[in-house]
Design a protein around this ligand. Structure first.
Ligand code: ADP
Ligand code: MG
Length: 381
């Protein structure tokens, strides 16, 4: 495809579907964009991961310093003695957060934490961030101060420096896009693709709490909308709501593993849900995964609240997402060093059959793992 060899020419009006929604009324489009409409594939047909694969296939590395590109939690660049790590995560109002229950301070904190989590997933330490911000005049100076006070708190906590960014107007919602840069010794970097057959699968903390926190916040919002006199009843669900509104990146685990002289054989952070991330480790390492339901860590509050919401707790843990815990594999030889760790759980192992990504249920039934992840394109359906 030859891009921009000719000037775009005169704008013309087309009343047909173009690059946006099919039901878009009259849309102004260039001839090139109009032609795209004739051969249109819906984004939800390939999903987020399909789209990323498609983008990845179109690019090859041109610089020897680009050690690892698209496909892991962060890119790896050769910086001489060390590797430099770079990752970007974007949060959009209406898609990733709802300002009716997400305080701006927390949003700022979370936007940094989710990026630090991707650096942690490479076994690296974060050092700098840059911030891209799109704002409308709905937001006051005080609101932006609040957002940045959360960003500041996260920078202090994770010892990262805010070194730049970009600010622009937005037609409606708030967009916050953060790029984090980190560093790791060359022999300590951990990818998604390097798990070995029989390695033990480990997960930190507990899972599903953030998702249940979101369910509680959504329910209280609906209650408030029907009856504004009602005060939200969140006290009982404090842990869950906290996990949704103020997640932490597990840098503590990165430091502890280093202290114990353990380099995981592969690692990923859990943003889309345990099942989805397990499939990434399996696919990228060319192995299968087998986990045991009884070993998947679920907090009692998550469990009880899932039941209250008529949800299956294990489904919340497998597919809920936004846990920002670390999922990693270790060589069986390292198990001894970690076996008494209170916050690391051994949930299964890697095996050689790439077709078998399974969970053994509490009833000893073997069920296939399904990676739902988050498909934001669903909202276009
Ligand atoms: P994570 O959940 O760890 O943030 P993602 O699933 O968002 O990872 O991204 C997976 C990989 O795809 C990463 O290497 C990321 O840099 C890359 N990626 C995501 N979106 C794009 C894009 N629009 N263009 C190029 N690379 C992308
Ligand atoms: Mg990640």
């Amino acid at each position: 495809m030859i891009l921009y060899t000719k000037p775009l020419g005169k704008w013309r009006y087309y009343s047909l579907q173009v690059v946006l929604l099919p039901d878009e009324p009259t849309y102004r489009a260039t001839k090139q964009n109009y032609r795209m409409a004739e051969n249109r594939t819906e984004l939800n047909q390939i999903g987020e991961f399909g789209l990323i694969d498609r983008i990845q296939k179109q690019f090859s590395m041109q610089n020897p310093t680009s050690v690892l590109g698209i496909g892991d939690d962060a890119a790896i660049m050769d910086a001489g003695n060390d590797y430099l790590l770079v990752t970007t995560d974007m949060l959009l109002e209406g898609i990733h957060f709802d300002l009716s229950y997400m305080p701006l301070q927390h949003l700022g904190y979370k936007a940094v934490a989710v990026n630090v989590s991707d650096i942690a997933a490479m076994n690296g330490k974060p050092e700098q961030i840059t911030i891209g911000l799109a704002l409308s005049n709905r937001f006051s100076v005080e609101a932006i101060d609040a957002l940045y006070s959360g960003i500041h708190a996260a920078c202090e906590n994770y010892k990262v420096d805010l070194v730049g960014g970009d600010t622009t107007a937005s037609a409606s919602g708030l967009v916050i896009s953060i790029t984090a840069m980190g560093r790791v010794a060359k022999d300590k970097v951990v990818k998604r693709s390097t798990a070995k057959n029989n390695d033990i699968i480990c997960v930190t903390g507990d899972l599903g709490a953030s998702y249940m926190g979101l369910q509680v916040l959504e329910r209280e919002k609906q209650v408030f909308l029907t009856n504004p006199e009602m005060q939200p009843d969140l006290e009982k669900y404090e842990y869950l709501v906290g996990r949704q509104l103020k997640p932490e990146a597990r840098m503590d685990i990165v430091h502890e593993l280093a202290d114990k002289n353990i380099v995981p054989t592969s690692m990923i952070d859990i943003s889309d849900g345990l099942a989805s991330e397990l499939m990434h480790l399996g696919k990228n390492s060319n192995l299968g995964v087998k986990i045991f339901e009884e070993n998947v860590p679920i907090d009692s509050m998550t469990y009880e609240t899932a039941i209250e919401f008529k949800l299956d707790p294990i489904t919340c843990a497998l597919n809920g997402g936004e846990d920002y815990e670390l999922l990693f594999t270790i060589s069986p030889a390292d198990h001894e060093k970690l076996k008494n760790h209170p916050d690391i759980h051994f949930i299964g192992h890697m095996h050689s059959n790439t077709q078998q990504n399974v969970m053994v249920t509490k009833q000893q039934t073997v069920v296939p793992l399904k990676a739902q992840g988050w498909n934001h394109f669903k909202s276009f359906e």
